[in-house]
Design a protein around this ligand. Structure first.
Ligand code: GLY
Length: 253
């Protein structure tokens, strides 16, 4: 990383930080500059292999809602992390309108912030938005118009979502391109999001590291996880790799 310049200029500086141990959870929130409305919490799976082994990736799957964060902790995150951040922006004359993403570590001392993003998360969004019962357009309009406090944001009750990423051979070090995804269009009762695909001679072919994410909804996480994982078996392409344990921590909880 340092002498081999594996990460280019990003590897020139080394920052030593406190090691935060625990489970990682993402809480995204809609903001209109004043009001902050958290979405359902989700958990990403950053490592390439089952049981959180191997190198970090852009995310190999996610599930929502994530029961690892209880309602008290969620309230704490809303008040002490998200609202305080937006208030801090206000003090600096920054009107933050959009999606604020808090990546959190649930440590033994409570939730701590690992990172903020000013955008939706990936692959969290693919499992959060299918559970949104309200119209996303209305929510975003309310964010732009500063009327989020009067917006009633509802979520589909008694439903969970699990998304399993299908990556190409060699990911995350490299990616193989050009393999045909024969069964993508044959998937019913699932949402399949395209991340690294291209159209070649009317065929959908792989064109990147993370190729597709298969999302399934079900009242129980265990069922949604089985459905999403099975979809990966069906879609399959040469060199496809995916995790078989997405949502397992949520299921165990
Ligand atoms: N899930 C990580 C990210 O969107 O940055």
């Amino acid at each position: 990383m340092l002498t081999g310049k594996k990460f280019g200029a990003a590897g020139d500086t080394v920052v030593v930080e406190e090691l935060l141990q625990g489970e990682e959870v993402s809480v995204l929130a809609f903001c209109d500059g004043n009001t902050v409305v958290p979405m359902l919490p989700a958990q990403d799976h950053k490592r390439i292999f089952d049981n959180d082994l191997g190198p970090n990736t852009g995310g190999m799957g996610a599930y929502c809602p994530c029961p690892l964060l209880d309602s008290e902790q969620l309230k704490y995150v809303q008040k002490e992390v998200l609202e305080r951040t937006v208030q801090g922006f206000k003090k600096e004359n920054i009107k933050f309108v959009g999606v604020l993403y808090a990546g959190l570590m649930l440590t033994k001392d409570g939730p701590k912030v690992l990172e903020f993003n000013c955008r939706f998360g990936d692959p969290e969004t693919e499992v959060i938005l299918p559970l949104l019962a309200s119209d996303l357009y209305d929510i975003m309009t309310a964010c732009c118009e500063g009327t989020l406090s009067s917006q009633r944001i509802q979520w589909k009750e008694n439903l969970t979502a699990v998304g399993v990423v299908i990556a190409s051979r060699g990911y995350p070090e490299t990616s193989s391109k050009g393999y045909r995804n024969r069964k993508v269009s044959a998937m019913h009762n699932h949402v399949v999001f395209h991340c690294g695909t291209a159209l070649k001679d009317d065929n959908i072919v792989t064109n990147g590291g993370r190729v597709l994410i298969a999302v399934a909804l079900a009242p129980e996480l265990v069922i949604a996880a089985a459905k999403a994982t099975n979809a990966c078996k069906v879609i399959n392409f040469d060199g496809a790799q995916y995790r078989r344990d997405i949502a397992h921590k949520g299921i165990a909880k």
